[in-house]
Design a binder for this molecule. Structure first.
Ligand code: ZN
Length: 325
């Protein structure tokens, strides 16, 4: 459907366009473009104004709500289930798997670098993820807001794939190594292996070794952390809490769908016998002789409540004169 994309006029300024103006509006009082309806509920007629077909309204609202409930709870269930099952597969090594150790900060001896390389190779053999280690000074990333941003940029600059794990280690300058910091940057494809549990295990151990094990060089700490955690990386496990949470979300979604159907049908039934009346129609109410229900005269040949035959009478319209009967 075409719609205005905005316009303007001299002295009148600019006005925006109308977008998606197909909204449903219902009201107890008249508004422009509305049709006047009478629907019967609990034996009495009720007046309502709507700009769309009453029956179709109820049906499309129900469909939209059902769709929303299914999508919403389905997504939550999916997120929980994806977290719950940790069954990693070794990554295909169909990419540039060269392992880099870049010691810009000069914190490793040649032997230490060699030992670290061995640890990194063992990790790569086990996981298919290519690890790399880079040491820098804090002033190397002084133009970035933090080490994480620097590590991100470094990853994107160096690697064209999502299968790397880059560890960046930083010290203030040549003379001080006390205030170290480090950051890990992992590619998206490593997520099934390097989950929450794995990265926390790695991070806790590395931080602890750097903090409390003074005999260990930074390279030694990183190497030992890799050595200790590599055997844990491909472990398969299920987090039952997430499984249960996923099931609860799915059940809540199913319950919502059922409730929407029940209440949706109820409201659809309410409007099933709705009639359209002119704005200027004078509503004359009558009681059904058989069930006592109230109906509007001039629209029914059978009672909207019980279905009994009714005498037909023409609707009455309000006019300028006194033509009311
Ligand atoms: Zn009746």
């Amino acid at each position: 459907m075409p719609h205005s994309s905005g316009g303007g006029s001299h002295g009148g300024g600019f006005h925006g366009g109308s977008h998606g103006g197909s909204g449903t509006r219902m009201s107890r009082s008249y508004f422009a473009g509305a049709t006047r309806y009478i629907y019967y509920w609990h034996g009495v007629p009720n007046e309502i104004f709507s700009n769309t077909d009453l029956k179709k309204n109820a049906a499309s609202t129900r469909v939209a709500m059902t769709f929303f409930a299914v999508m919403f709870m389905g997504m939550i269930t999916l997120v929980f289930m994806l977290e719950a099952f940790h069954y990693p597969n070794k990554l295909e090594t169909d990419y540039d798997t060269a392992i880099y150790i870049s010691d810009h900060a000069n914190v490793m001896t040649v032997e230490e670098e060699g030992r670290l390389m061995e640890s990194l190779i063992r990790f790569q053999d086990e996981t298919g993820i290519t690890p790399s280690v880079c040491t820098v000074y804090d002033y190397d990333w002084s133009d970035k807001s933090n080490l994480e941003d620097y590590a991100y940029d470094l990853y994107v600059e160096r690697f064209r794939d999502e299968k790397h794990w880059l560890i960046v280690y930083s010290v203030p300058d040549e003379s001080s190594s006390e205030d170290w910091s480090w950051e890990g940057m992992q590619g998206d494809d490593t997520d099934p292996i390097l989950g929450d549990r794995e990265t926390k295990m790695f991070g806790r151990e590395l931080t602890d070794l750097l903090e409390n094990n003074r005999d260990l060089s930074p390279a030694g700490a990183i190497a030992r952390t890799f050595d200790d955690t590599t055997p844990e990386m491909m472990r398969q496990y299920t987090i039952w809490g997430f499984v249960i949470a996923g099931c609860v979300a799915a059940a809540a979604g199913a319950a919502a769908v059922v409730l929407i159907q029940i209440f949706g049908r109820k409201s659809a039934r309410k409007y099933e016998t709705a009639i359209t009346v002119e704005r200027n129609e004078v509503l004359k109410q009558q009681n059904c002789d058989y069930c006592g229900g109230i109906y509007v005269e001039g629209h029914h040949t059978t009672c909207p409540h019980c279905g009994a035959q009714l005498p037909f009478l023409a609707p009455v319209f309000e006019q300028d004169g006194d033509s009311k009967r």
